[in-house]
Design a protein around this ligand. Structure first.
Ligand code: ZN
Length: 380
């Protein structure tokens, strides 16, 4: 929406207002007669919109709201469009103005409160948004939307306990998102407990996370951290291997960590196992493994040699590189490795946010489990 040029936006808005009014007053034969019933200031407001004077148009519409109760839906639509366009202050003015009307029907009042809460959320005024969403969550017909929005507010505040509380309330009315979201909240709480050195509490939270979603590689990785702290390297290695089998997207991040925990002989058997597993899935999986291995400086490891040749000779995006120097897979791997060192390492599959750090929860679009190794995305 925010990419629309101003004139296009004004025309869309004018069409919306006219469309709603047409629906309200009726098209066809009745239209010319009904049009004469329209307050003339409405047409002036539309004129301001198409002549790119949005503030004057808004003043006009807000003034009309006091005199014409029939156009309330138009104001909701207008407020929502302003918010989606990022013009949150205008959206807030519309919704506050609606709420200031003494004669507003209760369903419209509740709808206006919800809209105002969404405006504050969009503006980043989280405490006000939270208060209003809580108020609206008492209204049965708006409860699911308000609780889900509250869950989002708590996520933004990193208040995982409250986010989990909102999730549980949503689950009770069968409106919760995937259970992996609750498992992530429990893992966030487990990470904090682990930082405080509360091992027993951490283990309990991880167990709860596994009950929400199994397998859950993030919980396995945290459990592996505890095993490492408690000098149980074999357990840590087993957990990390399981996590990588369950979630190959973690290879780039966790493969070097896993290989640091083992000696050279076990390293080769782990790599061979990963190759067998990737081969049994699909070519994309093998490519993911090869890139993770190259990024970890394993471009010349014996168990990977055949896979590197296969990926470079068969992948459409890499074939040119291979045709230039087919006999030098190690040199190609070195060059790719050097490129990967400089590149941004991860990217969100949902919104494209990229950077050198891996996130379970995208800081830009707030999706869970959306991060992928950047090179894989780029060459897919
Ligand atoms: Zn994102």
């Amino acid at each position: 929406m925010s990419d629309l040029p101003l004139l296009t936006w004004a025309l869309v808005l004018a069409a919306l207002v006219l469309g709603i009014l047409a629906g309200h007053f009726g098209w066809g034969k009745r239209w010319p007669g009904s049009l004469s019933k329209l307050h003339p200031d409405y047409l002036t407001g539309l004129d301001y919109l198409v002549t790119e004077q949005p503030d004057r148009a808004l003043d006009m519409f807000l003034k009309l709201m006091d005199t014409n109760a029939d156009t309330i839906e138009t104001h909701f639509a207008l407020g929502s469009l302003y918010r989606r366009r990022g013009e949150v202050e205008r959206a807030i003015r519309i919704h506050q103005n609606l709420l200031a009307r003494g004669e507003l029907a209760s369903e419209h009042r509740e709808q206006a409160l919800l809209a105002l809460a969404q405006d504050y959320l969009r503006a980043g005024v989280l405490d006000r948004a939270e208060g209003l969403f809580q108020q609206v969550s008492e209204v049965p017909r708006l409860r699911a939307s308000a609780l889900d929005a509250l869950r989002g507010v708590y996520e933004r505040q990193h208040d995982w306990q409250q986010a989990l509380g909102a999730y549980r309330q949503l689950a009770r009315i069968k409106a919760a998102p995937a259970r992996s979201v609750a498992a992530h909240y429990l893992c966030e709480l487990a990470s904090l407990a682990l930082e405080r050195g509360e091992i027993d509490h951490t283990l309990l939270l991880l167990q709860e996370a596994q009950e929400e979603s199994t397998p859950f590689p993030r919980a396995a990785l945290l459990r592996a951290q505890i095993a490492e702290r408690e000098a149980q390297p074999d357990l840590a290695v087993r957990l990390l291997r399981e996590a990588l089998v369950d979630s190959p997207t973690l290879l780039q991040q966790e493969l070097p960590h896993l290989l640091n925990l083992v000696g050279p002989a076990q390293r080769d058997s782990i790599l061979a196992e990963l190759v067998t597993q990737a081969e049994s899935r699909d070519f994309g999986e093998l490519k993911r493994l090869v890139f993770a291995a190259i990024a970890a400086g394993l471009g010349s490891a014996a168990p990977l040699r055949a896979s590197i040749e296969k990926v470079f000779s068969q992948d459409p995006a890499l074939q040119a590189l291979w045709q230039d120097a087919p006999a030098q897979p190690e040199r190609i791997a070195q060059e790719i490795g050097a490129l990967l060192m400089q590149a941004e390492k991860y990217r969100c599959n949902e919104c494209g946010f990229s950077g050198r750090s891996f996130y379970w929860h995208c800081p830009a679009c707030h999706s869970w489990d959306s991060f992928e190794a950047y090179a894989i995305v780029k060459l897919r």
